[in-house]
Design a protein around this ligand. Structure first.
Ligand code: ZN
Ligand code: FE
Length: 288
């Protein structure tokens, strides 16, 4: 385990993981500066702290301990916990944080999560008055049956639905559901900054390069991510615009991606959902 990294909640993005021109580093809302800190957990999870002033919302705390340490280290006080889905690596620390701080835990209404006392669903708004922020809830099933994402202020917290250069595995939902969820996220503004649940980007890009060996954006991103990871820096956040150029799961309309999926499947694929389904299956067995 990277003991040192577990303690380090670094402020994003200095240096910025985004290519030049991909968006600003911070959003200014009222007089508040919002920024997002990362807390590494387990092997490759990220717990996100949405910060305004000295208050934070904690996204997907699979483990309470590294969050407590980050809060103490940066003199921050949590206002709420936001969970995207029921997997233990995303909710395991929620109950401990809630009881330690007496804060609400938001989570997907359609999944049974004992720690969640504020179930939310598509169309709901999560108001965080302590931060002066509010987030819309998007229903994004596929990885799990009731998975949700939180979107607001140009930030997207999408758990294990959309990953940088990849997407979540199908544990409970169908490929068609996950494809529809990803298509929805792909339609958000291009400069939306995307914070997902895992550091899987390098492996995802090896698959992306196999699907689209001649995509120059994929190649450039792979090199950029290699440099970031060599310094033990996160590859995140990404942006929707960058995903549209480099994530094969968002590129099912590309003739190159379609051809690659058809070649791998050994059959013609009639729809984008079929192309997506074939890519997801291909990735499941991919040894990059
Ligand atoms: Zn998960
Ligand atoms: Fe996960």
């Amino acid at each position: 385990m990277r003991a040192a990294a577990r303690l380090a909640a670094k402020t994003f993005p200095h240096p910025s993981p985004l290519p030049e021109g991909e968006g600003t580093n911070r959003s200014i809302l009222h007089d508040n500066m919002i920024d997002v800190l990362h807390v590494p957990a387990f092997h490759d999870n990220y717990i996100w702290l949405i910060r305004a002033g000295n208050r934070v919302a904690v996204v997907d705390p699979g483990d309470a301990e590294p969050v407590m340490q980050a809060l103490q280290r940066h003199a921050l006080q949590p206002a709420a916990v936001l969970c995207t889905h029921h997997h233990a690596d995303h909710v395991g620390g929620a109950a401990a944080l809630a009881s330690r701080w007496g804060i609400p835990v938001y989570g997907p209404a359609q999944e049974p999560i004992p720690a969640v006392d504020r179930p939310v669903d598509e169309g709901d708004t999560v108001d965080l008055p302590e931060l002066g922020l509010s987030f819309s809830v998007l229903f994004t099933p596929g990885h799990t049956r009731g998975h949700i994402a939180y979107y607001g202020h140009g930030l997207l917290f999408c758990g294990d639905t959309l990953f940088a250069a990849g997407c979540g595995r199908l544990f409970e939902g169908t490929a068609a559901q996950l494809h529809a969820s990803l298509s929805r996220l792909a339609a958000l503004p291009g400069d939306t900054r995307l914070y997902c649940g895992h550091e899987y980007t390098a492996a995802n890009l090896r698959f992306a390069q196999t699907v689209e060996p001649d995509n120059p954006d994929v190649r450039a991103r792979a090199e950029h991510v290699r440099q970031r990871r060599a310094q033990d820096l996160p590859s995140l956040p990404s942006t929707i615009a960058l995903e549209l150029r480099t994530n094969p799961f968002l590129r099912t309309a590309s003739p190159t991606v379609q051809r690659a999926a058809e070649t791998h499947a050994g059959t013609a694929l009639a729809s984008q959902t079929e192309i997506f389904t074939s890519l997801r299956r291909w990735k499941d067995g991919f040894q990059g």
